[in-house]
Design a protein around this ligand. Structure first.
Ligand code: 5AD
Ligand code: SF4
Length: 464
């Protein structure tokens, strides 16, 4: 059951923020927030920073000398967790030098009982642990730390939606807007459903209001976030298609992006909608994970290689010129070299514009963690490099196809290849560097593509 946090509760949190601000008086303290992981976590990090700013904290990029350090953690793969433990370990001495420092750990990692227990036992310098469903209570939790330095662990059960948390956005040009939380899919390798809870959607009116507000503040790209955006709105009697149409109808030139998608829910109707909505990105990120039907079955993905290829075919028919990217997991338990070759052949067949590739990481509590995994890490590493080689060849051709095309580019900063250039992204989400005046940052411009690099293209401004 989803619990909507009431307006009264949110007002109570603002009172706690006010009380903290009064405690600080003339000397505002500084906080360091380190976010690991996906866009959803980055979005939570923006809320954490928004609440801290309201409480009265200044923000710093380094934990050195900070009064408050928050690690907003990710649990998707083991290496993300290892990095958090490494960071926590190195803060021990800092805390000895400055015992007043508050150290907090939040996010997906602490939703796992064994991790919270490990932090509790082995990292006594951590003062505060709070789960994703307690995020909105940060002002109260900080007030608790300031008034009584008792260690607190707050990881409540039960999925919540909380509207009205202040947000300090990383970018004025690109705004992330969560549309739903949690996941119901239970892919057998994935920890997300266990740490983010069941799928729940924000009301369309709350989403639209937030989008209107960021557009009024100058945002030109809206990134709609959810673990599986294609199943948005099921429990509210609406759909992702309907939401896209409503956002697309808002005034002004802006781009609509979304992540993540599940191929199972990527229907023809949704592709038709995207084809008709001119503001929606021409980039389809469709994680396939494997090209082997046997492995897809073990992964509990609910589609076959053929189903996936049919989706790709329909996208290419309805949205010509669209970029298609994907996620691949190498070395799923029981995967053989023959299964892996099926993945390679799928990649050759689809010719993805780019790929996010991962070596399987066993996650305690998931179904896959109980499966036999006889292949050595060394062997998996070899397969992984083979995959990178194959995609490396394909990816280069994919960028070359843009040469000679004039594309609408959202200029979002100074150049990635040279700091005296501008940079932006095409509707296919390809990075473009080009010459131009800095006043173009935050605007849409037309750029003629002239050169393909390995991970980007270079072009010439056609008009401002
Ligand atoms: N091991 C490796 N990769 C994983 N992903 C999710 N869980 C795991 C895991 N246990 C990858 C999937 C997903 C992406 C966000 O992370 O490819 O699409
Ligand atoms: Fe994990 Fe699958 Fe849900 Fe994505 S759809 S978050 S991979 S369980």
């Amino acid at each position: 059951m989803t619990r909507n946090i009431s307006a009264e509760e949110m007002a109570r949190q603002r009172e706690f923020a006010q009380k903290c601000a009064e405690l600080f008086g003339e000397n505002p303290p500084i906080a360091h927030v380190h976010t690991f992981g996906c866009q959803q976590n980055v979005s939570d990090g923006e809320k954490i920073k928004g609440m801290l700013a309201e409480i009265g904290y200044g923000l710093t990029d380094s934990p050195d000398g900070a009064d408050l350090v928050i690690f907003n953690t990710c649990a998707v793969r083991e290496n993300a967790e290892d990095r958090v433990f490494g960071n926590l370990g190195s803060l021990k001495h800092e805390k000895e030098r400055n015992p007043a420092m508050i150290i907090a750990v939040c996010g997906c990692m602490v939703e796992q009982g064994h991790i919270t227990e490990k932090i509790r036992r082995s990292y006594p310098h951590v003062d505060l642990i709070f789960g994703t469903n307690a995020l909105y209570r940060l002002p109260e939790l900080i007030y608790g730390q300031l008034s009584d330095r008792k260690r607190e662990i707050c990881v409540p059960d039960g999925d919540v939606i909380s509207e009205g948390i202040p947000i300090l956005r990383e970018s004025k040009i690109k705004a992330s807007v969560p549309i739903m939380y949690g996941c119901n899919n239970f892919c057998s390798y994935c920890i997300v459903p266990y740490v983010r809870g069941r799928e729940r959607s924000r009301k369309p009116s709350d989403i639209i209001e937030e989008i209107k507000s960021v557009l009024a503040d100058g945002a030109r790209e809206i990134l709609l976030l959810g673990q599986n955006v294609n199943s948005y709105g099921k429990e509210l009697g609406t759909s992702f298609s309907e939401l896209l149409r409503e956002i697309n109808a808002l005034d002004g030139e802006f781009r609509i992006c979304y992540m993540s998608s599940h191929p199972r829910d990527f229907t023809k109707e949704l592709i038709d909608t995207i084809a008709e909505c001119e503001k929606v990105t021409r980039h389809f990120h469709l994680p396939v994970q494997s090209g082997s039907d046997r492995i897809l079955g073990l992964m509990n993905r609910h589609y076959t290689r053929d189903d996936y290829l049919r989706i790709v075919e329909y996208i290419r028919e309805k949205v010509p010129g669209a970029a298609i990217t994907s996620d691949i997991i190498v070395g799923f338990p029981g995967e053989t070299y023959e299964d892996f070759r099926e993945t390679l052949s799928l990649i050759e067949e689809v010719r993805f514009d780019s790929l996010y590739t991962f070596i399987y990481s066993s996650r305690k509590g998931t179904k896959a963690a109980e499966m036999d995994d006889p292949i050595t890490d060394e062997e998996k590493g070899k397969w992984f490099r083979e995959l990178l080689d194959v995609q490396g060849r394909i990816g280069k051709d994919m960028y070359e196809k843009y040469i000679g095309q004039t594309l609408r580019v959202l200029c979002d900063g100074t150049g990635r290849t040279q700091s005296d250039l501008l940079t932006g992204r095409t509707p296919q989400d390809v990075i473009v560097d080009f010459e131009g005046d800095k006043s173009l940052i935050g605007k849409f411009v037309n750029v003629k593509i002239e050169e393909a690099l390995i991970w980007a293209v270079k072009g010439k401004l056609v008009d401002g």
